[in-house]
Design a binder for this molecule. Structure first.
Ligand SMILES: CO[C@H]1[C@H](O)[C@@H](O)[C@H](O)O[C@@H]1C(=O)O
Length: 684
């Protein structure tokens, strides 16, 4: 098995008794629908159930008087627990000895079909099934950072899956399988291209190509969106300006939107990275982000589309980078068009292995905020290190902003319940590429999966999702499931320990963001260096963001400030995000900062040996090729974990000026040696 089927594996259930049990409830699939979406639903059920049960399950038009089958039913009145279902919500229940999958829309029924398959794939009983599910967030989007030439920004799983040169005529079967995978976890929108956008996607030629892709995704409930290049009216329209208040510019965008909707009637809208990392934007004309976003929103006219405007902005020389997005965006709260959402990365800096939640969450009550998380592991070991991101995503969702008192979690800000927003959205930067198994690292699939599941229902636990994915994808053998789930759940903390323990951040290699480079210092762009963030000196380590430092902490509500502002109560996971701590300061673990730091680097790197051992144990239960693949990746991970450990421990030791605590043995290589090794990676 090469991993192509993802978690949509429908291999025959080995246990004959279990198979027979399921077969009694799945003798036929009754679906009168001939629409592409209902055909996708019945087709998926047929494929899945036939595979799992090892016998053909027929699709019939209506159940008639037959019983013992699965009935698909679109019902505009469908409700659950006395509440009308949301348009995408579904319900499964038993009726006259049939299992009914219902929802108000066709796509809801499709989601219900996948839920039924998941029940069987995870070996849960179908007897007396009765459950329902509504999405908590409306727009659940993947953001592809794919470029027109087939490369992917921060992509580690091959090149783009979009074959632009073959579109619109050539529709790769892979697109349909991609759409199925997304639908199975409730993803309902796809931003096709990189936020560092090419204007090319807005040409008539490319709109035709995008429309062809939209045609494949539509039956599976997914709309397409485009990232736009702000200066497109100049580049494509020949206008002298891209000023959002210029009438010709407005007209250009309005015409472009019309053109898009003509080709793609359910076009989702625009994603914009403007005045960020060199991208053009409204500030080039002394306008602000709201001027730009609103103009674009108005260009959509009567069409049902949205604008997602990214808040990922920072500039050299503007003070603590932690505060910059807040300073630029918070004052604009209340100034945005109702069709605009502001898209905020989970943390204030940039997708580090662990960040405190961005202070914008809870600080812009009048603006719907999109939570952006990164599935591609730019700062988390690429597609080499085994890191399950469920716990990272959950950590930010559950973080309490205290915006409207205790319990105002990021999840509730984002799903719109804290401030009663009409729109809600979440975005995951995709980790998908042309590799046979889609994500390079097989466990990368779990990150795509977990994102979708949490986007649908952020109350699910990351461990439950890990277990579900494992059963669907790898094995249902209980002991192996336990071992694998445990590995997944612990993997992110292990990664943090050997790379950036105790709240260290942004000390990775320059530019390609690979490996450790804590010594990196650079004139001109201190905010791209490591020393700017760790601030190691003879006294201690960490970035003072309290009132005696940058005071970024003041951007949070008082309850958060109180907890994080005091080094005694600040969770150790965030300690060096907010405090410059003395090397010999004793921490709550009983160790001094230096001893704790060194211990974490060592135990973290050694935990990779534990991962290897666990993985070795499950070998009999797993596909041999997949097992061998991950075994090799874990070897690389161990090697690189030791680079991180040695580089960071030896480098910080030059400031701490003390030996490693017993029983840690000093690295066998010198700082100069490890520098030579990792600096090589930065060569172009
Ligand atoms: C798309 O560009 C990326 C850039 O490659 C990446 O290093 C940084 O994390 O964030 C940028 C962003 O999110 O805009």
């Amino acid at each position: 098995d090469d991993g192509y089927r993802l978690w949509l594996k429908y291999d025959r259930i080995a246990d004959a008794a279990a198979r027979q049990q399921y077969a009694r409830s799945a003798q036929f699939i009754a679906s009168a629908g001939t629409s592409p979406t209902l055909q996708a639903a019945s087709g998926e059920l047929q494929r899945g159930l036939s595979g799992l049960l090892g016998q053909a399950v027929p699709v019939v038009g209506t159940a008639g008087s037959r019983t013992g089958g699965v009935v698909l039913r679109v019902d505009k009145q469908a409700s659950a627990n006395g509440q009308p279902l949301k348009s995408e919500g579904y319900r499964l229940f038993s009726e006259k000895n049939n299992l009914v999958i219902t929802g108000r829309t066709e796509v809801a029924v499709l989601y219900g079909a996948f839920a039924l398959l998941r029940q069987v794939q995870t070996r849960q009983s179908l007897a007396g099934v009765n459950f329902s599910s509504n999405p908590r967030i409306d727009y659940r989007l993947l953001n592809h950072w794919d470029n027109q030439n087939g490369t992917i920004e921060r992509g580690y799983a091959g090149s783009s899956i979009w074959q632009w040169y073959q579109l619109p005529e050539g529709l790769a079967p892979r697109y349909t399988d991609y759409a199925r995978a997304n639908a199975s976890i409730g993803i309902n929108g796809v931003v096709i291209n990189n936020v560092n956008a090419s204007a090319r996607y807005l040409t008539a030629e490319y709109i035709g190509k995008v429309a062809a892709l939209a045609g494949v995704l539509r039956p599976y409930g997914q709309r397409v969106y485009l990232s736009v290049f702000w200066a497109a009216p100049k580049v494509l329209g020949g206008l002298p300006t891209a000023d959002p208040l210029d009438p010709q510019v407005k007209q250009w965008w309005a015409a472009k939107s019309e053109e898009l909707y003509k080709a793609i009637p359910d076009f989702g809208g625009f994603l914009v990275k403007a005045n960020s990392e060199g991208e053009p934007g409204p500030q080039d004309y002394n306008r602000n982000h709201a001027d730009g976003a609103n103009m674009l929103a108005q260009s959509l006219g009567r069409h049902d589309g949205v604008v997602m405007w990214r808040a990922f902005v920072y500039k050299a020389g503007s003070g603590d980078r932690f505060k910059q997005a807040y300073e630029e965006f918070q004052p604009l709260d209340g100034k945005f068009d109702p069709k605009v959402l502001v898209q905020v990365k989970n943390g204030p800096i940039d997708f580090q292995a662990r960040e405190p939640f961005s202070p914008l969450f809870g600080a812009m009550p009048k603006t719907p905020l999109v939570l952006e998380v990164q599935l591609t592991q730019e700062y988390l070991g690429f597609a080499t290190h085994l890191v399950y991101l469920g716990p990272l995503i959950k950590e930010v969702l559950e973080a309490d902003t205290y915006a409207k008192g205790a319990g105002s979690t990021v999840a509730k800000v984002v799903d719109g319940t804290v401030d009663q927003h009409a729109l809600s959205a979440i975005a995951g930067v995709a980790n998908i590429g042309s590799d046979r198994n889609w994500t390079g690292h097989p466990v990368g699939q779990a990150n795509w999966y977990a994102f979708g599941r949490l986007a649908w229902d952020h109350t699910l636990s990351s461990a439950a999702i890990a277990q579900e994915w494992t059963k669907m994808t790898l094995t249902t053998e209980p002991a192996a499931v336990r071992t694998l789930t445990d590995m997944l759940v612990k993997s992110r903390n292990i990664y943090v320990r050997y790379t950036t323990p105790l709240g260290l951040h942004h000390i990775m290699g320059e530019s390609i963001h690979f490996g450790p480079q804590p010594w990196l210092a650079k004139a001109g762009r201190p905010d791209w260096t490591a020393v700017y963030y760790h601030k190691a000196d003879s006294i201690g380590l960490g970035f003072d963001r309290t009132a005696t430092g940058s005071n970024a902490l003041a951007l949070y509500k008082p309850e958060v400030q109180k907890q994080w502002g005091n080094p005694q109560t600040c969770p150790l996971d965030y300690l060096l995000w907010f405090h410059h701590v003395g090397w010999n300061q004793r921490l709550s673990t009983g160790r001094t900062l230096w001893n704790e730091l060194a211990t974490r680097y060592y135990t973290g790197a050694d935990s990779v040996l534990w991962l290897q051992k666990q993985w070795a144990q499950v070998r009999p239960q797993l596909d041999p090729a997949l097992h061998a693949d991950v075994t090799a990746r874990l070897q690389t991970q161990r090697k690189e974990a030791l680079w991180w450990r040695d580089a960071c421990v030896l480098y910080f030791q030059t400031y701490a000026r003390q030996p490693l605590p017993a029983p840690l043995a000093p690295p066998t290589r010198t700082l100069a040696e490890v520098k030579d090794l990792v600096n090589l990676y930065q060569l172009r």
